[in-house]
Design a protein around this ligand. Structure first.
Ligand SMILES: NC(=O)c1ccc[n+]([C@@H]2O[C@H](COP(=O)([O-])OP(=O)(O)OC[C@H]3O[C@@H](n4cnc5c(N)ncnc54)[C@H](OP(=O)(O)O)[C@@H]3O)[C@@H](O)[C@H]2O)c1
Length: 364
């Protein structure tokens, strides 16, 4: 989905963390050296209930939680069960996460759990779906979690909720507030841009087509984070006390990147001279305006107008920590974790060694 832009961030300076957030410690290596194991403090094996285990980050999080040594139970809808069962070590149950009765009966099944990790998210971002999933289903999950004796709830959220303008952002924020007021220990992970949201043009470039950017390609910037690095960070919230009761903005390693920089890196990988086509942001305003007006008489077009607004948001807003006082995005205040870079991912895509499961609100 993301548009993206802005450049020339200085080399790393000490991370400044906005109030209410916490700078993460460096990520532990994913595969610990067996020689260090005796010296390392043993992590407790927790019973973890995972929601959204079949999504992009959910699948990676299931793998990470199992790798961290936890017992992981996931509730998935029947149509997604086969994909979930392919995840080694994951206990898969089928039911309806939007139905409190099914959550209790089919999901938690009267058992006790230590923690919930939720990667649940609306697949479309359309207003009705966003409120149904990002708010109501999450709230039902929280209630069921409490009944099951859960003491820690880890929520995957999005950094864009810090400047909410879209329905799904308001739905996510409403649940964030309920979670913080729940009395449970909570960790709210507001991630920056996922690799899949920044990889929609790899095939275009491979075919020799120009890379599309909004404006001059420098309107926004982000710190791309890989599925596995984010999953590792989410799993780490269960055992790292410094991530308890914190809103945690988190991006991937390295400097923030504009779309133009991402495109330049992609052309270099593909061995082609850079070629950009600039798309005016006003085009999205026109589309959103027309669809919004038509939506007053043709209701299905309302959701399409929201998709255009989502596109416009990502074309003009950075996925970085927003400095309210200075009224600007701050790359240095946006914490980083992990090791995997977008360029490495793009190289794998170009070689055909990876593929993305792109969401419904991809723009390019
Ligand atoms: N894309 C980005 O760059 C980005 C950046 C920062 C944060 N985020 C946030 O990260 C979160 C997760 O993103 P993602 O890309 O991993 O999500 P995703 O791939 O779309 O996965 C969504 C998950 O929620 C489940 N789900 C959705 N609707 C459901 C329903 N009606 N009933 C049951 N399950 C349902 C899906 O189950 P099924 O598999 O059965 O559909 C899936 O497991 C979202 O909150 C997103 O806003 C995204």
């Amino acid at each position: 989905m993301l548009g993206h832009v802005v450049r020339d961030y200085p080399s790393p300076r000490p991370v400044r963390v906005p109030p209410g957030t916490h700078a993460p410690p460096l990520r532990a290596p994913r595969m610990p050296d067996p020689l260090d194991a005796a010296a390392a403090p043993a992590s407790p094996r927790l019973r973890v209930f995972l929601a959204g285990a079949t999504g992009t980050i959910g699948r990676a999080t299931a793998r990470a939680l199992v790798r961290h040594g936890h017992e992981v139970v996931a509730l998935v809808r029947p149509r997604s069960a086969e994909a979930a069962r392919a995840i080694a070590g994951l206990v898969v149950r089928t039911g309806d996460v939007t139905d409190p009765a099914s959550l209790a009966r089919d999901g938690f099944a009267g058992e006790r759990f230590d923690a919930v990790v939720s990667c649940l998210a609306s697949r479309t971002g359309a207003p009705a779906d966003a409120w149904a999933i990002d708010h109501r289903a999450q709230a039902a999950l929280l209630a069921a979690a409490r009944d099951a004796g859960v003491t820690h709830f880890v929520l995957l959220s999005a950094i864009c909720v810090q400047k909410p303008r879209l329905a799904f952002q308001h739905a996510k924020l409403a649940f964030e507030r309920e979670l913080m007021a729940s009395g449970l220990t909570w960790s709210i992970v507001r991630a920056t841009a996922f690799f899949k949201s920044l990889s929609g043009q790899v095939e275009r470039v491979r075919q020799g087509k120009p890379f599309l950017v909004f404006g001059d390609g420098r309107l926004t910037a982000c710190k791309p984070i890989s599925d596995d690095d984010l999953a590792d960070y989410l799993a780490g919230c269960l055992t790292d006390a410094s991530r308890a009761n914190r809103i945690l903005p988190i991006g991937g390693p390295g400097a923030a990147q504009t779309p133009r920089e991402q495109g330049e890196a992609l052309f270099a990988l593909a061995g082609r001279p850079p070629k950009f086509t600039q798309v005016p942001v006003a085009l999205l305003d026109v589309i959103a305006g027309v669809l919004g007006a038509l939506g007053t008489v043709i209701p299905p077009l309302r959701a399409k107008a929201e998709f255009a607004r989502i596109g416009r948001y990502y074309a003009t807003e950075s996925m970085l920590v927003w400095d309210e006082r200075a009224q600007r995005y701050d790359a240095d205040a946006t914490p980083s974790t992990g090791t995997e870079t977008l360029a490495e991912h793009h190289a794998r895509l170009l070689r055909g060694e990876a593929r993305d499961d792109r969401g419904a609100h991809a723009v390019f």
